[in-house]
Design a protein around this ligand. Structure first.
Ligand code: MSP
Length: 516
C-alpha cells in the first residue's frame, strides 16, 4: 500500500473564510478522496495560522483575549470544512504544543549547524500583509509590493537564517527536479526570480516589544519567531518531526503541497532551503493554483470583495429545493470544473447557476432520473441482466477509463470531469436513439431489461468516478441504484459481470435553478 501525504496552507484565523480558501481545500479533498479510492494510505493535513501582530490586532479590535480569539477563528474554519465535507486527517494549529516544540527544535538545530546569526535588520514592513520589503521593492510598487499600502520603516537587531548560503543549491535542485514546482509557469517564475535576484538572508525573529504574540524565540527571550517561519514548519510538525519518529518516517516527504500562487515565494524558496538546512528530504511537489477573482481583482479580505462560502451555500441550498448536500456538491463541482487547475477564474452567481443547470440538472440529473423512472415503470424497480458493455458505450467508456486516472493522477479535475460528462451525454443520447417507449409499446421486455441494466451500470460507473468531487451525490446514486457503496474503490470501475439493481428513487439530484 502506498502512502500519500498532502497539505494545504494554514489559513489566518483573523479573516472570515472565503471561496479562495475553500478552493484550496476542495482541491486537496478531491485529491485525498481519489487517492483513497486508488487504495493509498492518505494523510491529509490542513489547519490554521494563528501567530503574528496582525492576529493580535484583530483580537484587540474584537475586544477579545488573543487565545480566545484564535480558538474561535479555528472553529470557524473547522466548521466550514465539516460543511464542505473536507476529509482531512488532522487539523493543525500553530498554537498546538507539539508544533511549538518542533519550531523551537528547528531553530536550535539550525543554530547548531551555523545557519542562524544575529544582525541588523533594515526593512519596510506592511502590517496587513505581514511582509517585509526592500527599499527597491517599495520604490517600485510605491508602497507594499503586495497591497500597495503605506509601509513602516524598520531598523532593529534580529536573528537571520542563512538563505543566501543555499542559493546555488536551490538553483541546482530546481534544474534537476522540474516537477518540484507545478504548474510549469510557476516553476519558470521561481527560476526566473532566482536568476535575476540574489537571495538575502531571512529575518526569522521579531522583537517581543513590537510583536508579542508569537512562539518564544528559543535562543533569546527578547524575541518571538517570525510568523511565516513558524507557519511553514507545520508541514513537518503535523507529522511529528523529531518527536514521533515512526509517524514521520512513514509519511514524509509530502507527496503534494497545494498552495495559492500568492505564497509561491515562501513555499518554493524559503521552505526547500529550510528543509535542506535541516537535512530533511524535499516534498515531491509544491502545486500553486490560480486565484478566484471578482471581476478583475483577486478576491481577498483586504480588498473587501470576498464571497463568503457559508452565505453562498445557504442561498444555493435554497435554490436547490432546500437541499444543502446538493448545494455543497454543486459548489465543489463548480470550483473544480469551471477553471483548469493553475489558471485564474472569475466568480459569479450567473456562472455557477449556468454550470449547475447545464451539467448537473440537464445532463447528470436528467439521466439518473429518467433511468430510474423507467426502471420503476417498466420493470417494477428491479433489473438484472448479464449484458456486456454495449457497442454504443465502448469507445467513450474506454477513453474514460484510460483518461480519468491520467488526469486525476495529475490533479487535472476539470479534464477528468469533462471525460465523465462526455460519457453522461452519450448515455442521454443512447436513450433518445433507443426509444425505450417504443420497445415498451412493442412489449420487447428483454431488450428493455438489457437497456436499463446497461444505463444503471453506466450511471454506477459515473457515480464512482465523480466521488472525489461530489461525494454525497455518489452516495445518493449508489443508494438509489440499490448498490453497496462503502468504501468507494477504483477496483470497482470496470463493468460488472452480473448487473443487478433494485431502485429506490429519491428526489431529483439537482433541480434546475431559475436563472433570475
Ligand atoms: N497563513 C498564510 C499561509 C501559511 S502556509 C504555511 C496565508 N494564509 S491566507 O489565509 O492568506 O491563505 C492563503 C491561501 O488561501 C492561498 O495560498 C490560497 O490557497 C487561498 N486563497 C486565498 N485567496 C484566494 C483566492 N482569491 N483565490 C484562490 N485561492 C486563494 O497566506
Amino acid at each position: 500500500m502506498h502512502k500519500f501525504y498532502l497539505t494545504t496552507p494554514l489559513y489566518y484565523v483573523n479573516a472570515d473564510p472565503h471561496i479562495g480558501h475553500a478552493y484550496t481545500n476542495i482541491i486537496a479533498d478531491g485529491m485525498a478522496r481519489y487517492r483513497r479510492m486508488k487504495g493509498d494510505k492518505v494523510f491529509f493535513l490542513t489547519g490554521t495560522d494563528e501567530h503574528g501582530e496582525k492576529i493580535k490586532q484583530a483580537a484587540v479590535a474584537d475586544n477579545s483575549e488573543v487565545k480566545a480569539f484564535v480558538d474561535k477563528g479555528a472553529e470557524v474554519f473547522k466548521s466550514l470544512w465539516t460543511k464542505l465535507n473536507i476529509s482531512h486527517d488532522f487539523f493543525i494549529r500553530t498554537t498546538d504544543d507539539l508544533h511549538i516544540a518542533v519550531v523551537k527544535k528547528v531553530i536550535t538545530t539550525l543554530e547548531k549547524r551555523g545557519d542562524i546569526y544575529k544582525g541588523k535588520y533594515k526593512a519596510f514592513y506592511c502590517v496587513p500583509c505581514e511582509s517585509f520589503w526592500t527599499e527597491a521593492q517599495v520604490k517600485e510598487a510605491g508602497g507594499c509590493s503586495e497591497c500597495k499600502r503605506a509601509v513602516e520603516k524598520i531598523e532593529e537587531e534580529n536573528y537571520f537564517f542563512k538563505l543566501s548560503k543555499y542559493e546555488q543549491w536551490l538553483k541546482d535542485y530546481l534544474e534537476a527536479n522540474p516537477s518540484f514546482i507545478k504548474p510549469k509557469i510557476r516553476y519558470n517564475e521561481v527560476l526566473g526570480f532566482l536568476n535575476n535576484n540574489a537571495l538575502t538572508d531571512l529575518c526569522i525573529s521579531r522583537p517581543r516589544k513590537r510583536v508579542s504574540w508569537g512562539i518564544d524565540f528559543p535562543l533569546d527571550d527578547n524575541y518571538v519567531v517570525y510568523v511565516w517561519f513558524d507557519a511553514l514548519i507545520n508541514y513537518i510538525s503535523g507529522v511529528g518531526w523529531n518527536f514521533k519518529k515512526d509517524k514521520f518516517k512513514q509519511l514524509w516527504p509530502a507527496d503534494i503541497q497545494y498552495i495559492g500562487k500568492d505564497i509561491l515565494r515562501h513555499h518554493a524558496i524559503f521552505w526547500p532551503i529550510m528543509l535542506k538546512a535541516l537535512d530533511i528530504k524535499q516534498p515531491r511537489t509544491v502545486f500553486a493554483h490560480g486565484w478566484w477573482k471578482k471581476g478583475e481583482e483577486k478576491m481577498s479580505k483586504s480588498r473587501g470583495n470576498i464571497v463568503n462560502p457559508g452565505d453562498l451555500l445557504s442561498a444555493l441550498g435554497e435554490s436547490l429545493g432546500n437541499n444543502q448536500e446538493a448545494a455543497v456538491d454543486a459548489f465543489r463541482y463548480f470550483l473544480l470544473r469551471e477553471i483548469p487547475i493553475g489558471l485564474d477564474g472569475s466568480f459569479s452567481w450567473g456562472a455557477l447557476v449556468n454550470r449547475i443547470n447545464s451539467d448537473l440538472a440537464n445532463d447528470l440529473g436528467n439521466l439518473v432520473f429518467r433511468t430510474l423512472n423507467m426502471t420503476e415503470k417498466y420493470l417494477e424497480a428491479k433489473v438484472s441482466s448479464d449484458s456486456k458493455v454495449p457497442k454504443e458505450f465502448k469507445s467513450c467508456l474506454e477513453s474514460l477509463d484510460k483518461n480519468y486516472t491520467t488526469h486525476m493522477d495529475k490533479g487535472r479535475f476539470s479534464l477528468a470531469l469533462e471525460e465523465i460528462f462526455t460519457f453522461i451525454r452519450m448515455m442521454n443520447k443512447y436513450i433518445e436513439d433507443t426509444k425505450p417507449w417504443v420497445l415498451w409499446k412493442e412489449k420487447r421486455i428483454d431488450e428493455i431489461r438489457d437497456f436499463l441494466a446497461q444505463l444503471c451500470e453506466g450511471i454506477r460507473i459515473v457515480a464512482l468516478y465523480i466521488y472525489p468531487v461530489m461525494p454525497k451525490t455518489s452516495e445518493s446514486i449508489y443508494r438509489q441504484l440499490g448498490v453497496k457503496f462503502k468504501p468507494f474503490s477504483l477496483k470497482e470501475s470496470s463493468w460488472s459481470r452480473n448487473l443487478s439493481f433494485l431502485i429506490k428513487k429519491e428526489l431529483p439530484l439537482f433541480p434546475r435553478i431559475d436563472v433570475d
